[in-house]
Write a protein that binds this ligand. Structure first.
Ligand SMILES: *Cc1c(COP(=O)(O)O)cnc(C)c1O
Length: 218
């Protein structure tokens, strides 16, 4: 077993029941993704369009690719043909563009809405107020080729566990209000905080460096 395969096994063992693992492979070469694939991992997350397309073209076709980064509207067309889930939809403009491309491909594109919960102003996402309006209006009906499967978020990058727990907990309360058979994914938790996220309702964790090792760049 390689180090990556051992790490993957450890992470899988620590997952709560029903929580799906997205192996975040950004910046990592295909050989390392292949090791995770050979150990059974099928869901991979990437945050750069070009890198995702290149990996999609090189690796096995039964991989489920998740786009987890900030997506520019002019790049939507490159990933919609094959991507399984787009995690970080943060504007109506982006919803509109995804819907348009999905329609061209005769596809219902699954997405998550990104929620801004962190203290850093640099993180993208809808505010709770904006989301409430969006989810309680008929607005999503304007996008028949999109299925909103749930919410995605990133907590404040902090060692203050109480702060992070609070952010996750409030988000989970909000999520539970809208949860349904199809709106049932809460994508929270990364290497540093996925245990905490699972304690607060996470159904999908995005784990990178704990599996693949530290990255040199983001
Ligand atoms: C890089 C990244 C991750 C994984 O981060 P790690 O700390 O390496 O686990 C998760 N989610 C998003 C949106 C990311 O960009």
């Amino acid at each position: 077993m390689t180090d990556i395969q051992k790490n993957l096994e450890q992470v899988n063992k620590s997952l709560k029941k029903g929580v799906q693992l997205v192996a975040v492979s950004k910046t990592k070469p295909n050989e390392l993704l292949q090791q995770a694939y050979d150990a059974g991992q099928r869901v991979f997350g990437e945050n750069k369009v070009q890198e995702l397309v290149s990996k999609y073209e090189s690796l096995a076709k039964d991989i489920q690719w998740h786009f987890i980064g900030h997506l520019q509207t002019n790049k939507v067309k490159f990933i919609v043909p094959f991507v399984q889930l787009i995690h970080a939809v943060d504007s109506i403009k982006l919803l509109k563009q995804i819907n348009k491309e999905a329609e061209k491909h005769n596809k219902i594109q699954e997405v998550l809405l990104q929620v801004h919960i962190a203290q850093e102003s640099t993180k993208f996402g809808f505010s709770y107020e904006e989301l409430t309006t969006l989810l309680e209006s008929n607005q999503l009906g304007d996008y028949p080729n999109i299925q909103v499967r749930g919410l995605m978020s990133m907590a404040t990058n902090s060692s203050d566990e109480a702060l992070v727990a609070n952010e996750f907990s409030r988000l989970n309360d909000f999520f539970q209000n809208y949860k349904s058979d199809s709106f049932n994914i809460l994508s929270i938790g990364m290497s540093n905080d996925y245990h905490l996220a699972m304690d607060h309702g996470s159904t999908m964790v995005r784990v990178g460096s704990t599996i693949f090792g530290a990255r040199n760049y983001n």
